[in-house]
Design a protein around this ligand. Structure first.
Ligand SMILES: *[C@@H]1O[C@H](CO)[C@@H](O)[C@H](O)[C@H]1NC(C)=O
Ligand SMILES: *[C@@H]1O[C@H](CO)[C@@H](O)[C@H](O)[C@H]1NC(C)=O
Length: 525
């Protein structure tokens, strides 16, 4: 059985029902799927939340990947089994987002493989207390952690039967991270989704919440999520997002917008078994279970809730900003290869520095323009398929239109003085961390010398200022000429292959990591 198709079947069948479209039984054809995906991408993706209602007998279909997941989790829902299950999970040490060499990762974590889960990284036990009627309105609710000294992994190791029961009875939610590395069914769903959206990986967390409780406090995420309700039900409240607010992955999240702003237009949803809720990144949300743990007469309202959250993590190279960095790099490679005049080392060096400067300009434009922060869909499944149908054509056309818009924006609004100011400030502060966003660009370089520009960007920027600060006017002119040349001669089609190759490299490492962690778990479970 193709797990991916099963999942797509599930997801898009439900989506089509929510759109009021009729689909004949059987799997939807690739064409239909493309059309549905096109609708989703056009109307909702990164833009607005969507409730995808499941039908009541959703999980009865034995061939569905979700019913298989439910079976494998269902038998762990009683207290004993749950504690055993938790006790057997091992830590999944985090892998750097731009690590493409699994062996260098393995060397780093060699000693800790197979060790017990650590707090924050693998598991959190958390609750957000309710307001009493007397408490101040609009005050910010805060999370309370079950473990007071939560850096101590000893505590988690001893998170045994007694402790987990105590925590759940006390209204704490157990949040398990990295579930795609621990349960094969979740791994299959996560891989399917990452292929569908053309991204290297999809994160998967599981949340177990007792009745009448809230786990995480209101927050927003730096990635879009699909929330799949596996057991019980949970009430969600999604607040509106400021227009054109799209946080980047790994970017420090600033505080929530004021609650006064959010009062209008909240979306309230009761998520039932089999439902899926899509929440775009940046939308503040919170969720709580209903019912009263003391009222045992009404079974349906005193159940535990368990849901799986699938996060579509758009790594920096696979946002539109990343695609455009790749375009610039390729364009420069081509220039070096086919340049008619033999250029000396000094000129070559100067040119490389100006290209690096343009990479920084691009970053500064992306800081202000939400289009560059969106996910690039060039490698999404419908485009990679062989069928040449309506949905695919329109989608690919939209990708090209987006790229053309970005190039026009760069041509119109790149500012030499702003970029120079950024470079001067960064060099002055000597803060290598603020150039961290550049590091992944080294994966595009073949030669060691080129890589250095992105490995140690601060050194090179220092050199740039040293060489150029006494003839800034000329540099500004050279920069503007080069920028116009780039904008006038870069083509969308030329970039796609290189983009997909980089994606494959990311995917490969993620897959190796996932398979490794899965096999660690099957040793124990
Ligand atoms: C139990 O709860 C459900 C959902 O909240 C409600 O519709 C139903 O009327 C309740 N039944 C009883 C017996 O209270
Ligand atoms: C770029 O500038 C031209 C001319 O001023 C304008 O017509 C166009 O809309 C601008 N494009 C973008 C993407 O800002």
């Amino acid at each position: 059985m193709n797990l991916l198709l099963l999942f797509l079947d599930f997801l898009w069948m439900k989506f089509s029902i929510s759109l009021g479209k009729q689909i004949k039984f059987g799997w939807p054809s690739l064409g239909t799927m493309n059309l549905l995906l096109k609708n989703f991408l056009q109307d909702c993706w990164e833009v607005s939340p969507l409730l995808i209602k499941g039908s009541a007998n959703n999980f009865d279909d034995k061939s569905s990947i979700f019913s298989s997941l439910r079976n494998s989790l269902g038998c762990r829902m009683n207290a004993n089994a749950l504690a055993m299950f938790l006790g057997q999970l091992v830590s999944c040490p985090p892998i750097a987002s731009d690590e493409l060499d699994i062996f260098s990762f393995l060397k780093e974590v060699d000693n800790s493989l197979g060790s017990p889960m650590t707090y924050e990284n693998d598991i959190r036990v958390v609750k957000t207390p309710k307001f009493t009627s007397e408490s101040i309105q609009h005050a910010v609710k805060e999370e309370i952690h079950f473990f007071k000294h939560f850096m101590d992994s000893e505590l988690v190791e001893k998170f045994s039967f007694v402790k987990s029961q105590e925590a759940l009875q006390d209204g704490y939610t157990i949040a398990l991270r990295g579930m795609a590395f621990r349960i094969v069914e979740v791994a299959a769903i996560a891989s399917g989704l990452s292929n569908l959206f053309g991204q290297p990986s999809v994160g998967a967390n599981i949340y177990l919440t007792p009745p009448s409780s809230q786990g995480l406090a209101k927050h927003f995420d730096d990635h879009c999520v699909f929330v799949c309700q596996l057991f019980g039900q949970k009430r969600w409240r999604i607040s509106p997002r400021q227009v054109a607010f799209l946080p980047r992955l790994y970017e420090p999240l600033c505080g929530l917008p004021s609650s006064k702003y959010e009062d209008d237009g909240c979306m309230d949803v009761l998520l039932r078994e089999g439902d899926i809720l899509y929440i775009p990144r940046g939308y503040p949300h919170e969720a709580h279970t209903i019912g009263d743990s003391k009222e045992h007469d009404n079974k349906s309202s005193s159940e535990f809730s368990m849901h799986l959250t699938l996060g579509i993590e758009v790594e920096p190279p696979f946002e539109w900003e990343g695609f455009t960095h790749i375009a610039l790099h390729l364009w420069n490679q081509k220039y070096k290869k086919y340049s008619a005049y033999p250029i000396d080392h000094g000129m070559q060096n100067q040119r490389s520095m100006l290209v690096n400067m343009l990479h920084i300009t691009l970053r500064l434009i992306a800081d202000k323009n939400v289009v560059l922060k969106k996910a690039c869909m060039v490698a999404a499944l419908p485009f990679s398929s062989n069928t040449n149908c309506y949905g695919e054509h329109i989608l690919l056309l939209r990708q090209k239109t987006t790229f053309d818009y970005i190039i026009e924006t760069i041509d119109n609004s790149s500012s030499f003085s702003e970029t120079l100011l950024y470079i001067t400030t960064t060099v002055h502060e000597g803060n290598e961390n603020s150039l961290q966003w550049m590091r992944w660009l080294r994966h595009l370089c073949q030669e060691e010398e080129e890589k250095e520009a992105f490995d140690k960007p601060l050194e090179l920027l220092k050199e740039f200022l040293l060489l150029n600060s006494n003839h800034i006017k000329e540099v500004a002119k050279e920069f503007t000429e080069m920028k116009s040349e780039f904008c006038g001669s870069v083509f969308f089609e030329d970039v796609c292959d290189e983009y997909k190759m980089l994606l494959q490299k990311y995917k490969k490492t993620r897959k190796q990591y996932m398979n490794g962690m899965l096999s660690l778990h099957t040793c124990f479970l």
